[in-house]
Design a protein around this ligand. Structure first.
Ligand code: ZN
Length: 354
């Protein structure tokens, strides 16, 4: 079989398959074509002598089935991590509202839509998670107002025009501005009103990035943790430590200051090491205020050191792990002393008025 006839046969097969509704779940005809060309390509390439061994053959239906099965597993894992991240992060956002420069009225529900996902994941997100074009509830926070009002995953909040809105939209914030508000909710074909009493929480988003890299970021508006970081943490206390650290980057305006410093210094210096130490210090207060145990947090940096021996001795943008370990221990001693004296748990500012 020549390469040209292979491709023509593949194309005819795709046209036939695509008419079959069983494959309607595939993203686009093009994605199916790519998939099939990979299978057929193996045969064509074998003719081009690219590999020396006879590769085991696979069939397209088996490949389509396996792809669907792996997508299902991947989405289930993403959903598990997203639930854990919100369960752990919510108390940090809620119990530090007093110290956050920006807060929002919150009703204990996280909404999402297909737009939440990268384009190439949307079809699978619709199939596996039931995501829609318009926002619906993805997560109900334990003990929050949405749970008390009996709201469920999949419900949609409606604005005054009856259009679905997100839990953090301007329309929702306006409705909740003056305290308890009656909000229309759509569940399937039905629409009903619920009265929700908001509470102020720190106004920052929380996002999960599916990446095996052990990392976390603050964007100024959002906290982003990788799945690699989530899996590296061994307890909710450790996960909350990372959330609190990234929250501190946002509340202390580090991103804005770093950009400012870069412009002033012609990109030469950014003082990021000091900001990292400050995020560790302020984050420790956020962690304790949210009810998490800080006792094992210095040890977390010892475990991080096991991951990257280079950062033990030197680091360009981050403090070394020994530096972080010792400062966290000192911060912890400061917090325990305040607790023993019954003093308010607030970081010590240089400008004591803050
Ligand atoms: Zn940091």
């Amino acid at each position: 079989m020549t390469a040209v006839s292979s491709v023509l046969r593949v194309k005819a097969y795709i046209d036939r398959l695509y008419r079959d509704s069983h494959y309607a779940g595939m993203k686009t005809k093009r994605s199916l074509q790519r998939l099939l060309l990979c299978v057929a390509g193996g045969a064509v390439l074998a003719g081009c002598a690219s590999v020396a061994t006879r590769l085991p053959g696979i069939t397209l239906p088996a490949l389509v089935k396996e792809r669907a099965s792996q997508e299902q597993l991947a989405f289930a894992e993403m959903d598990r991590l997203h639930t854990r991240l919100w369960d752990v992060a919510y108390p940090v956002l809620r119990d530090n509202a007093e110290l956050c420069p920006k807060t929002r009225p919150d009703i204990g529900a996280v909404t999402y839509s297909l737009k939440t996902f990268p384009k190439d994941m949307r079809e699978a997100a619709a199939r596996e998670l039931g995501a829609k074009d318009t926002p619906t509830i993805r997560r109900i926070i334990k003990g929050g107002q949405a749970q008390k009002a009996g709201l469920k995953v999949g419900d949609a909040f409606l604005d005054v025009r009856g259009i679905p809105m997100t839990a953090t939209s301007k329309a929702m914030r306006a409705m909740l501005e003056d305290g308890p508000a009656k909000i229309a909710v759509r569940r399937g074909e039905n629409t009903f009103d619920v009265t929700l009493t908001p509470r102020e929480i720190c106004d920052y988003g929380v996002k999960l990035s599916m990446s095996s890299t052990v990392n976390a970021y603050a964007s100024g508006k959002t906290l982003i943790l990788t799945s690699g970081m989530m899996n590296f943490t061994q307890s909710d206390d450790e996960l909350a430590l990372i959330v609190a650290h990234e929250l501190a980057h946002n509340t202390m305006g580090h991103i804005r200051k770093i950009v400012g410093n870069m412009i002033l210094s012609g990109f030469a210096t950014r003082y990021t090491r000091e900001f990292e130490s400050e995020a560790d210090y302020v984050g420790l207060y956020y962690l304790v205020r949210a009810g998490y145990s800080p006792d094992k947090t210095p040890a977390f940096w010892q475990r991080m050191a096991l991951n990257g021996p280079r950062s033990v001795g030197r680091a360009k943008t981050h403090p070394t792990y020994p530096d972080r370990f010792l400062r966290l221990e000192a911060g912890l001693a400061e917090i325990k002393a305040k607790q023993a004296l019954g003093q308010p748990l607030k970081p010590n500012f240089i400008d004591a008025d803050k």
